[in-house]
Design a protein around this ligand. Structure first.
Ligand code: NAD
Length: 288
């Protein structure tokens, strides 16, 4: 038991601040004659995806982007979806393309992601962008992992030389966040569903990133005193409320910094999407 009470990392306020910075970058791009455009492709009627897409549209419009949401029927064929992506790749008014995942059953997500021009792949999921991240080259970085690093930066959390444990090894979150931590010179362990004694692994960490999708998996006594805890998980509790992968109250007794759910990593995802779109537009237009 410690008496430490963690500093709560306020993702909502930080995301607003990132979004204001992006809006300034958009204004500068417009001064150079570039009107940055984001197109979101939504296939089918998944309710959660519809909410995400609406929020992205609203936030991007507010930041000054030209936003277009293309809604396609759930019955859209792979060929028709690929044709839409191809036409967006060729459209000079579009600088960012986001195909909302998951796609309805029967559509090949991998092929669709590979069809997006890497320069416009603001989700950072194209293999060229994955390779760029691993090789330390210029690319576009997946939004949620980028948001985790941005939170650390804005809270003055030093990552160099730290022991970091990432729980979860998905292409969307776990693997890219591990690469980003490595790029910041942290010593990184990736834990997953087959990891033995996850508690002991977490207890060795100065920084824990939980990206699993299991409510309160990371318990308070898994957190070393003074550790930083970034909770990416979004789960629906029995009471219908959102809950993370970390037992927030118990972990707060040990951590130095911790992100809440909701209001931690979540709001950063859209903010970093906007940031990626501004970056893509600047690179495509050759504006510094
Ligand atoms: P995923 O299902 O693709 O991957 C989950 C990972 O967790 C897997 O690598 C698996 O090995 C690991 N895992 C599963 N059970 C485990 C266990 N008991 N112990 C240790 N590891 C275990 O999920 P994902 O897309 O990476 O998302 C993870 C969580 O993050 C989900 O709750 C998701 O909703 C959330 N998420 C949040 C944001 C955001 O904006 N905040 C964005 C993406 C995902």
């Amino acid at each position: 038991m410690t008496t430490q009470t963690a500093k709560t990392i306020d993702g909502k306020t930080t995301a607003l601040s990132v979004r204001e910075d992006v809006a300034k970058r958009v204004t500068r791009l417009k001064e150079h004659g570039v009107s940055p455009g984001l197109t979101v492709v939504l296939v089918g009627e998944d309710p959660a995806s519809q909410v995400y897409v609406r929020n992205k549209d609203k936030a991007a419009t507010k930041a000054g982007f030209v936003v277009d949401t293309k809604k396609l029927a759930a019955t859209t064929s792979q060929g028709d979806l690929l044709a839409v992506v191809k036409s967006l790749n060729a459209d000079p008014a579009v600088h960012g393309i986001l195909v909302q995942l998951p796609l309805p059953k029967g559509l090949d997500e991998g092929e669709v992601v590979r069809a997006i021009s890497p320069a416009k792949d603001v989700d950072g999921l194209h293999p060229d962008n994955v390779a760029a991240l691993v090789m330390g080259e210029e690319g576009l970085i997946p939004c949620t992992p980028a948001g985790c690093i941005e939170l650390c930066d804005r809270y003055g959390i030093e990552l160099e030389g730290k022991q970091a444990v990432v729980v979860g090894r998905s292409m969307l979150v776990g693997k890219p966040i591990a690469q980003l931590l490595l790029a910041r010179n942290a010593t990184v362990t990736i834990a997953h569903s087959r990891t033995q004694d996850l508690k002991a692994v977490c207890l060795g960490a100065d920084v824990i990133v939980a990206a699993v999708g299991v409510a309160k998996l990371v318990q308070g006594d898994w957190v070393k005193p003074g550790a930083v805890v970034l909770d990416v998980g979004i789960n629906r509790g029995d009471d219908g409320k959102l809950v993370g992968d970390v037992d927030f109250a118990a972990a707060s007794d040990n951590a130095s910094h911790i992100t809440p759910v909701p209001g931690g990593v979540g709001p950063m995802t859209i903010a970093m999407l906007l940031s990626n779109t501004a970056t893509a537009a600047a690179r495509i237009a050759g504006v510094g």
